[in-house]
Design a binder for this molecule. Sequence first.
Ligand SMILES: [Zn+2]
Ligand SMILES: [Zn+2]
Length: 120
Amino acid sequence: MNWTVLVINLAVAAPAAYWTYQDAKGRDANSVLWAATIILAGLFFLGPLGPLGTAIVLLIYSLVRPKGAMRACPHCNKKALSWLAFCPHCKGVLKRDCYRCFAAVDVEEESCPHCRAKLG
Ligand SMILES: [Zn+2]
Ligand SMILES: [Zn+2]
């Protein structure tokens, strides 16, 4: 494999790996493993077709990653799955229990969306 191919493969794989790392981390998935798989597939498996390897791993990741809506963490502003109790990026608390109905409520909510109890 020549250097031009390697540089092109890396130019495609590196941003894809970075994006996947951030997305997987916010979803509490194995971010390091996914990023490493994209780099390996993009750089070495298919030679000049490296970007295809990157695309295939991205496709698989999008199918198997933990599903759910993302929201910005109120502490670090990075995206995290909306139902997680703690932010995977900064470990900040995302949920607290409503004292009345014990539902998990987003920390920045001022009242419980389930029973309307005032939280604060
Ligand atoms: Zn956070
Ligand atoms: Zn409640």
